[in-house]
Design a binder for this molecule. Structure first.
Ligand code: URA
Length: 433
């Protein structure tokens, strides 16, 4: 077999065999296929697409390219969740303890934030003492004992994806449905959970800008997960504005605690209940109504928050801090952004708001950047709200005085204020099962 022939076949619209796909992945991981040929094949896939069978074969080869976590000791109770990324998306901090408090086993590997989107690992590290690395056996023991462990990506999981994703990032081949599907699903399959719920975001702060594109991606990922023997569901949810009110690491942990303690309702609460209910349906095999009632009860009874405290303590975190922490802790500066005019907030560019949070220190422009966990934005007015000139739209938190002016300009530039209220749009556009 020659990689040249495989590239040519795909370039001409052919369908690759499982052997050809395996030849490509194995050769790319062991270095015998160079970046320039791998990028040519990615570009051919970008233009020609892949059939479901090709995407399934690619996912399977990538999942097998490195270590895989064996969660078989937990039977069918393991359940994972993946978000395609957004601004203010702290749902893992909320749904993981809810689901664990209901008997699910959450053995989760999460990522760090990059660009305008945040990452669960950075959020967890805002909790004093919290450890996000663990030896494999300790990780599994914690899942066994308390039902939940969340750590950063470790070990040699899906090296094929690490290499390919870095290549796609610099060759304009990220936004291809079969390549995104195989990238996300290979990591989820290697991470071992039986049930997987995907939160596919749609809107200005997401990869997929429209619900239609998000639906196409979700259908592809659900089909591939099922073909690999997993129980799957995907929610298509709105990311045309930040989720909830907090953007930035400590701020988001505080908001997650508020939701788990029943002190905050609204869009974040609704998305979390929907995700946790879908996860509960899959691992417990119950109806949607039953799953939702269990989830709401876990929040209202305090069971889910107690599980969060148990989880944080098990990973060395200060669980009493969760109760004490307040919005703005650790930030020397708290500066309001005020409305320049009367009207209605008709649009928020979530990506630009994420960018304002990065300027304040909450995120990274490059992988190796440091972050300020206390930096971020508390959003007080969201799309659809009436605003009066001079009214506070958001509060910026930072320790970097020089960031205030550019972040304020970026935040204001992300908003559109008009004379009429906008048409209401949904929060959960669809559920693909
Ligand atoms: N996230 C991933 O993990 N992979 C992609 O290809 C896109 C988003």
């Amino acid at each position: 077999m020659r990689i040249y022939d495989i590239i040519l076949k795909k370039r001409n619209g052919g369908i690759l065999t499982g052997e050809e796909i395996a030849y490509f992945i194995d050769g790319y991981v062991d270095g015998s296929i160079p970046d320039y040929q791998a990028s040519a094949l990615c570009m051919a896939i970008f233009f020609r697409g892949m059939t479901d069978d090709e995407t399934a074969a690619l996912t399977d080869c990538m999942a097998r390219s490195g270590d895989r976590i064996d969660l078989s000791r937990f039977g069918d109770l393991t359940v994972d969740k993946h978000s395609t990324g957004g601004v203010g998306d702290k749902t893992t901090l909320i749904v993981a303890p809810i689901v664990a408090s209901l008997g699910g086993k959450v053995a989760k590997m999460s990522g760090r934030g990059l660009g305008h989107t945040g990452g669960t690992v950075d959020k967890l590290e805002s909790i004093p003492g919290m450890r996000v690395t663990m030896e494999r056996e300790a990780f599994l023991r914690q899942v066994e004992e308390i039902g939940i462990a969340v750590i950063g990506q470790s070990g040699n999981l899906t090296p094929a994806d690490k290499k390919l994703y870095a290549l796609r990032d610099v060759t304009a081949t990220v936004d291809s449905i079969p390549l995104i599907t195989s990238s996300v699903m290979s990591k989820k399959i290697a991470a071992g959970s039986k049930s997987i719920v995907l939160d596919v975001k749609a809107g200005s702060g997401a990869f997929m800008k429209t619900p239609e594109d998000a639906r196409t991606l979700a259908r592809s990922m659900v089909a591939i997960g099922k073909a690999c023997g997993r129980r799957m569901a995907a929610l298509i949810t709105d990311m045309s504005r930040p989720l909830g009110e907090a953007v930035g690491n400590t701020l988001e942990v505080v908001e997650a605690v508020r939701v788990l303690r029943g002190a905050a309702k609204g869009d974040l609460y609704d998305v979390c209940v929907a995700l946790a209910a879908e996860m509960t349906m899959l691992f417990a095999g119950v109806s949607r109504a039953e799953a939702e009632s269990r989830v709401v009860d876990a929040i209202e009874s305090g069971k889910a928050f107690r599980k969060m405290q148990e989880w944080i303590a098990a990973q060395g975190g200060d669980s009493a801090w969760l109760v004490r922490a307040q919005y703005g802790d650790g930030a020397a500066l708290a500066v309001p952004v005020v409305a320049p005019a009367d009207g209605y907030l008709t649009n928020m560019d979530a990506e630009a708001i994420g960018g304002a949070a990065v300027i304040l220190g909450a995120g990274r422009s490059k992988k190796e950047d440091d972050i300020d966990h206390s930096a971020g934005i508390l959003v007080s007015k969201k799309t659809g709200d009436a605003v009066k000139k001079g009214q506070v739209l958001a509060t910026l938190y930072t320790n970097d005085a020089a960031a205030i002016e550019p972040a304020t300009q970026r935040y204001l530039g992300a908003l559109t204020i008009g004379p009429e209220p906008p048409k209401a749009t949904g929060l959960i556009f669809d559920i693909i099962r």
